[in-house]
Design a protein around this ligand. Structure first.
Ligand code: PMV
Length: 326
């Protein structure tokens, strides 16, 4: 058995669309920051052959749940690599501010890949773990590593992996998670992506722009230029969302409050406070700013939206193993 902890990440240059959904290969490379607030802890136990258990078991927050196809896919890959046929028990917990609607498949599959591989007796390096986690969810490939992380799109299974660009972040960037809605998303990311790829006339422009964005974002990170990182991330997020508005039929992940927060962020910026917005496949925005500005940003937003929950996240570490106590 083995237990691993992995943190969520926020993409600054997004992954939005697969060119191979069997192998989970993306159309473009992406770049993220691993966060230090929200994480998943997962324990995997391979059961002895003599055990009564006749199938894999999945226990989420202490409650047995049906096992998803994606979890089974990652487990099967682990068993294949380790030459095992034993069933597994997976016990997992999400650590997010109570019912914050911020749980993520990225931390879940990164923790599953790391715990599962070790429980099976495999010794995988970060690159191999990233490839394994990618088969559960694309964004999980990036939660294996800490700090700023780039996921190289690659051209086949082994060349599509993520690695740290800057594992130890030595400048005060933070991400403020704003909770506007805790309900499950209306359009799953995999469905939304497929719809954008198939029907948006802007899709190829998205791929080209995002790919070029990796280089400019890397330069901004190396220059420790928080306003430039934020401005590039906001532009990239809106370009991604333009592929949903231009899909047929069109759809959006913006809720009225998401748009309201974006308006407020723009107003805050005009007043001279550097703060930028990014958004994934759900209505809860993430704001990028310097740590010393976070309190003022939150105060300014609270003036209009006092009922919302704001969580300040710093850069987080890559996946780690938790020592067993028994
Ligand atoms: O891999 P998934 O299904 O978690 O998709 C992630 C998609 C976005 O969050 C919108 C972008 C990203 O790169 O994380």
């Amino acid at each position: 058995m083995a237990t691993a902890r992995a943190y969520t990440n926020i993409a600054l240059i997004k992954y939005w669309g697969k060119r191979d959904s069997q192998q989970m290969l993306p159309w473009n490379s992406s770049l993220s920051l691993t966060l230090d607030q929200f994480y998943t802890e997962t324990k995997v136990t391979f059961l002895p052959k003599r055990s009564q258990q006749q199938q894999d078991e999945f226990i989420f927050a202490g409650v047995a749940q049906p096992i998803s196809a994606k979890v089974t896919r990652v487990l099967s890959l682990i068993r294949q690599q380790a030459d095992l046929t034993n069933f597994a028990r997976i016990e997992t917990d999400n650590h997010v501010p109570t019912s914050a609607g911020l749980a993520s498949s990225a931390s879940a599959f990164a923790a599953l890949a790391a715990a599962g591989a070790r429980a099976a007796g495999l010794t995988l390096d970060q690159r191999q773990l990233s490839i394994l986690a990618r088969h559960g969810s694309g964004s999980a490939s990036r939660s294996i590593a800490g700090g700023f992380v780039v996921w190289h799109a690659g051209h086949d299974d082994q060349s599509s992996y993520a690695e740290s660009l800057l594992p130890r972040v030595d400048f005060p960037i933070v991400v403020i998670a704003v909770l506007v809605d805790q309900r499950p998303k209306k359009v799953l990311s995999s469905t939304g992506m497929a719809q954008s790829v198939l029907t948006s006339p802007f899709y190829q422009a998205w791929v080209n722009t995002a790919e070029a964005g990796i280089e400019t974002m890397t330069a901004a990170i190396k220059a420790r230029d928080i306003p430039q990182i934020g401005a590039l991330a906001e532009a990239n997020a809106m370009q991604m969302h333009a592929t949903t508005l231009s899909a047929v039929p069109p759809f959006t992940y913006f809720a009225p409050l998401t748009l309201r927060i974006w308006e407020l962020v723009q107003a805050i910026r005009i007043k001279g406070l550097n703060c930028y917005l990014t958004l994934d496949a759900g209505p809860n925005p993430k704001l990028i700013c310097a740590r010393q500005d976070a309190e003022r940003v939150i105060k300014a937003l609270q003036k209009d939206e006092p009922q919302l929950r704001y969580t300040v996240c710093g850069p987080g570490p890559g996946v780690t193993y938790i020592e067993q106590t028994k």
